[in-house]
Design a binder for this molecule. Structure first.
Ligand code: SF4
Length: 413
């Protein structure tokens, strides 16, 4: 918590936009903004905590899993307006106020309410967003800043923000200035140490990315924003996602280029993932590549999408190209496995493979009924705060330092 009792402002300075990236904006009622059981802990992005201020993104990526993951939740709205998920931006009404309420205990006056999550030892990582880009334009940047202020003020959590934009430095500088204003140097240092910023791209080719990530800033601008954050002492991570099958098979060159572009030695961790979509999203991505003049990429993607063995070979080639470049613990390669591929990928976990999907689940042992005379065992301090394996540096406050979806349980609408 901050040393000040000042309430962070949640007021919007300007009227909300009615359209973003040519899409109409719809604002819908919501019950919650923070999801405490998102499932994203499996990807080591967070300790299962996520927050989302919206449900449909201002960007349009052909491979995005959110439309299918949120199909049932947003169907009534989409049916009523005759639009698809990709054609609209959906924001959550009073999202920052709802987040505020989730962080405080109920009852009492606004000034007298106490934080729910004020334990200094609770330094879990919360991730945003599993559903929308947190910085797709300045209005959304401002909303994300207000949400982060509340989390910084009322908890000791770390906040991981991922974006396909080049606007994360706007968030970083605004939060640094705010933290300095209300708590001086010390709180500004602590607040900076609790923020982790990352940009996402699966290619360094601006034109190639523009075919399937519509409305997003150029990859080169995203990378420049990451460098700015690194040069100004902020904590950063890399997200090489989604990476396509390469027509020429030059995965080693690809991985080296990505590592250099991200300046991986300055990132705390680097996530990587091949393109995992199926069905309509895959068809749309192949078509986009074809239409934009990348027929060789379209053919390569079509091939792996229709040939399981080819897809597995592409995933392994991509993984191995990354894995031999990174020191132990740095790479986090997200891989959906099957029963058949499980043995191979289990052997790669020490090299950074993170196993996902139903086949990755370890069968639960059969329940053992306790003997009637056995007293209950109380385990203290059993909370798993280390799941994200990303801890705030201790004693070094002078250097402040995301395809296919897992179930998000993100049905807050
Ligand atoms: S992949 Fe991310 S940036 Fe792209 S549309 Fe989906 S949520 Fe937005």
């Amino acid at each position: 918590m901050t040393p000040s009792n000042e309430e962070p402002s949640t007021k919007n300075q300007e009227p909300p936009r009615s359209s973003m990236n040519g899409k109409p904006v719809h604002t819908v009622p919501a019950k919650t903004v923070i999801n405490f059981q998102s499932g994203f802990g499996k990807k080591l992005l967070c300790d299962d905590l996520t927050f989302s201020l919206g449900t449909a993104c201002a960007y349009t990526c052909t491979f995005c899993y959110v439309p299918s993951a949120m199909r049932k939740t947003v169907k009534p709205l989409l049916d009523s307006i005759g639009k698809t998920h990709e054609q609209v931006v959906i924001r959550r009404e009073s999202a920052v106020d709802i987040l505020h309420a989730q962080l405080l205990r109920p009852g009492g006056t606004a000034c007298g309410r106490t934080p729910r999550y004020s334990d200094p030892a609770d330094t879990r990582v919360i991730y945003s967003s599993p559903l929308v880009d947190v910085a797709a334009n300045m209005e959304l940047v401002r909303e994300t800043i207000e949400a982060c202020k509340l989390i910084l003020q009322y908890t000791h959590w770390q906040i991981r923000l991922l974006s396909k934009s080049n606007l994360l430095p706007k968030i970083a500088t605004a939060l640094s200035a705010w933290a300095y204003e209300i708590g001086g140097d010390r709180f500004a240092e602590i607040a900076n140490c609790r923020m982790i910023y990352g940009v996402s791209t699966g290619t360094l080719n601006d034109a190639l990315a523009a075919t399937f990530e519509q409305g997003t800033p150029l990859v080169s601008k995203r990378i420049a924003s990451l460098h700015w954050l690194q040069d100004h002492g902020y904590r950063t991570f890399g997200m090489i996602c989604p990476s396509l099958p390469l027509p020429g098979g030059e995965y080693d060159n690809f991985a080296i280029g990505m590592m250099r572009a991200l300046r991986a030695e300055r990132c705390e961790h680097v996530w990587a993932e091949v393109i995992n979509v199926r069905g309509e999203s895959m068809t749309a991505t192949v078509a986009a590549l074809q239409e934009a003049g990348f027929p060789e990429y379209a053919r390569a993607l079509h091939r792996v999408s229709t040939d399981q063995a080819a897809w597995e070979a592409y995933a392994r080639a991509t993984f191995n190209a990354h894995a031999h470049l990174y020191p132990e613990g740095k790479l986090r390669f997200l891989q959906y496995i099957t029963k058949a591929t499980k043995p191979y990928w289990e052997d790669q976990q020490d090299r950074g493979a993170i196993l996902l999907g139903p086949a990755s689940a370890t069968p639960a042992p059969p329940p053992i009924a306790p003997a009637p005379s056995t007293p209950p065992v109380i385990v203290s301090g059993a909370g798993n705060h280390g799941r994200s394996r990303s801890r705030r540096p201790e004693g070094d406050l002078s250097h402040p330092v995301g395809s296919r979806a897992e179930p998000t349980n993100d049905s807050q609408l």
